[in-house]
Design a protein around this ligand. Structure first.
Ligand SMILES: [Fe+2]
Ligand SMILES: [Fe+2]
Length: 216
């Protein structure tokens, strides 16, 4: 008479993407890849390569975002602009802390000094020209960032992976949308040709920065 033996329990996959960084770093050798299609590389997290690159660009972007508002605050003496920048700076610091917790230092962009300078200038330069330039710049930046996060979220949805990480990215995206809309609401009139050109440069520069940060 045969006796049914209990089957070996399959390894439960922990919700690794929400654990504190220290725990994750310690446990990474034991945690199986969540995405079996991902290369079994030396990646310190169990993210597929594309997601590590995306998070690297997010981390660089949030560093840049913090510096944009610090750049504005370094230049502007306008009370309304300073309140706007201080409020947004708090949110960007929160975003940066959340993305930092998801991505170990070794996986972050090696070009962070460049992103800091670029972010500072993206805030400080328009602040030299006044409120309209600042609000138009923030609208342009946040329009790009919304699309950037939305594309990542769409891919995570398509792959049905990393739901906690997805929730973090989506919360960041919603905050960026609120920043964009607040900046747009503060714009009293449409930007002129010069300011529109600057905003296109900011949007294009953001896209170029993301492509570089994914690689370096
Ligand atoms: Fe942000
Ligand atoms: Fe933002």
């Amino acid at each position: 008479m045969s006796v049914l033996k209990p089957q070996a329990t399959a390894n439960a996959t922990p919700a690794a993407d929400v654990e504190p960084l220290e725990q994750r770093a310690a446990a990474v050798q034991q945690v199986p890849l969540q995405d079996e299609a991902a290369p079994k590389s030396e990646l310190p997290m169990d993210y597929p390569r594309w997601l590590t690159q995306e998070l690297r660009s997010d981390q660089a972007g949030e560093v840049g975002a913090v510096m944009i508002y610090r750049g504005i605050l370094a230049v502007s003496r306008n009370t309304a602009i300073r309140e706007f920048a201080e409020h947004h700076l708090q949110t960007e610091r929160k975003h940066l802390a959340e993305i930092n917790a998801l991505l170990p230092r070794a996986q972050r962009s090696r070009l962070l000094p460049l992103w800091r300078i670029a972010g500072f200038l993206t805030g400080a330069l328009p602040a030299l020209f006044g409120a309209k330039a600042v609000f138009a710049t923030i609208e342009a930046v946040e329009t790009f960032v919304d699309q950037h996060y939305a594309a990542q979220i769409a891919r995570l949805d398509a792959e049905q992976s990393f739901p906690s990480l997805r929730a973090t990215l989506n919360q960041c995206r919603l905050d960026e949308v609120a920043h964009r809309d607040e900046a747009a609401d503060n714009l009293s009139s449409s930007p002129g040709m010069l300011l529109s050109t600057w905003c296109r440069i900011v949007g294009g520069g953001s896209a170029f920065a993301v492509s570089l940060a994914k690689q370096f």
